[in-house]
Design a protein around this ligand. Structure first.
Ligand SMILES: [Zn+2]
Length: 496
């Protein structure tokens, strides 16, 4: 398309009056009121990030000041001044970025005293004013100290701190904000509608993220994407701008959950090979995790655990901060994610069932829970009570109480840890005795306090629907368990 036929969106949709300025309502309302009430100042500083409407607003202000019939503070758009605005000799635009503005400011000083040609005011719009040289600032200051009644200065800048305080103190200052997401999206939707551009919500979100609150950038992105005839989707934006799409991040996390570290590294390497900015990647992951947190908290997502997601977010945030001074951000991201995978930090909350138990005690507890039932417990309780009078070598039966049982395993508790150890040491004798009473089971004793914990865990696991799995006992004696051995060696003398 030729330039004449095609007008770029950001030119086409440049605001013509205050109400069309996007996302700066407080400022435009104040300026409008000052025109209406004739309380405007003679020098302004408009500061804020690029693409937030500073220059557009300055031009509207200039137009409104010279308008012959302003309507409620807005330029009428019909009078001679409004019509001839772009060619008016009384609107003087100076770009301080070129030549430090020395010549322009000198000319300004020479001409500012002359009355405007055809309008009420001579309006100087100085763009990028922070670029003025010291000499030019001095010259400007002299003018601002004693400005003629017919002159209005609007200084626009992205870096207000570079402007001498002597200048600032003579100006009314307005701070332009980045365009909010809501304002930006509604503006983009409006343009899409008018231009018949088909663009889905996710794509608009993506454009907003890319623009970082700069309307000019957002419109130029929309411009470029709308030249194809396909519908604009977040996927083709990601492709075109070398972004990581939400879909890719989703994929990455599926691999993380599955602890597939090879695939995780592959995906991250792909991002790096594609030249994806690592900080943007981290930002994207953080956004993704933020959504997950909300889902977890509202009970929608049961795939991730809140604490683990939080931990990963903190780690990534640290890397993000360090990225300014660290060249190896990708390595750090990969490391953090792998580290967390090893910790199973991101993985779904594991049931509190030991899949790799350290001891036979653990295995027996697990196996008892695997098929525990009330009947078995009643049976062993009755049997155990009948044995109360018996003495099993130095084991006092009355010191132990069966608390859980299946038809193959029984858990006993005792108050005292040394008694528990003694029981486990003598477990084979107990089993033989029970076998005589026609009960073939494996036994294990734990302290009452441990039982409390185990019971609690069991309840939680059952509630969450986790299934206990039977674990084969290794070929070793219960007394080989490190914890028993240790205590056993200590207390052997005491016990016997
Ligand atoms: Zn007018």
């Amino acid at each position: 398309m030729s330039e004449t036929a095609y007008k770029v969106l950001y030119r086409k949709y440049r605001p013509n009056n205050f109400s069309e300025v996007v996302g700066q309502d407080t400022i435009t309302e104040t300026l409008k009121a000052s025109i209406k009430n004739k309380t405007f100042a003679h020098a302004y500083v408009f500061t804020g990030p690029r693409g937030t409407g500073k220059t557009s607003t300055a031009k509207i202000m200039a137009k409104a000041l010279n308008c012959e019939n302003p309507i409620d503070g807005e330029p009428c758009g019909k009078c001679r001044c409004c019509q001839d605005f772009t060619t008016s000799p009384d609107i003087i635009e100076i770009d301080a970025a070129s030549n430090n503005g020395v010549d322009e400011i000198r000319e300004l000083r020479n001409n500012v005293m002359l009355s405007p040609g055809e309008s009420k005011y001579k309006i100087y719009i100085i763009d990028e004013v922070h670029m003025l040289s010291a000499g030019a600032f001095n010259a400007l200051l002299k003018t601002l100290e004693e400005p003629p009644e017919h002159a209005v200065f609007i200084l626009a800048t992205t870096e207000v701190y570079k402007i001498p305080i002597t200048i600032l103190s003579r100006c009314q200052r307005y701070d332009f904000k980045k365009i909010s997401k809501q304002d930006m999206l509604s503006h983009l939707k409006d343009i899409c509608f008018k231009e018949k551009i088909s663009c889905d919500e996710a794509a608009l979100d993506e454009i907003y993220e890319l623009s970082d609150g700069c309307l000019r950038d957002a419109l130029s992105i929309l411009d470029q994407l709308s030249k194809g005839d396909k519908k604009i989707t977040s996927e083709n934006i990601a492709e075109r701008y070398n972004l990581v799409s939400d879909k890719k991040i989703d994929e990455l996390f599926k691999k993380i959950v599955k602890s597939n570290s090879e695939e995780v590294i592959n995906i991250l390497n792909q991002f790096q090979d594609n030249g994806m900015n690592p900080q943007k990647l981290i930002k994207k992951i953080l956004k993704f995790l933020e959504k997950k947190c909300i889902e977890i908290k509202s009970g929608v997502n049961k795939e991730f655990s809140f604490i683990k997601v939080k931990k990963l977010m903190i780690a990534l945030n640290d890397i993000y901060i360090d990225a300014r001074i660290n060249d190896n951000v990708y390595s750090m991201v990969i490391l953090a994610i792998l580290d967390l995978m090893n910790d199973q930090v991101i993985e779904k909350d594991k049931p509190d069932i030991k899949t790799n138990p350290l001891s036979i005690i653990d295995i027996r507890i697990n196996n008892c829970f695997e098929s525990a039932d009330k009947e078995s417990l009643q049976k062993i309780t009755a049997l155990w009570n009948s044995l109360l009078k018996d003495k099993l070598s130095e084991l006092d039966v009355s010191e132990y109480k069966p608390v859980a049982s299946s038809n193959k395993h029984v858990i006993f508790t005792s108050e005292d840890e040394s008694l528990v150890n003694l029981f486990n040491m003598k477990s084979e004798d107990v089993e033989k005795m029970l076998k005589k009473a026609k009960m073939q089971v494996k036994v294990v004793a734990i302290t009452e306090s441990r039982w409390k914990d185990e019971k609690e865990k069991y309840k939680v696991n059952v509630k969450k629907g986790y299934k206990y799995k039977y674990i084969e006992e290794p070929e070793k004696k219960i007394t080989d368990d490190a914890e028993i051995k240790e205590l056993f060696e200590d207390k052997l003398i005491e016990v016997s």
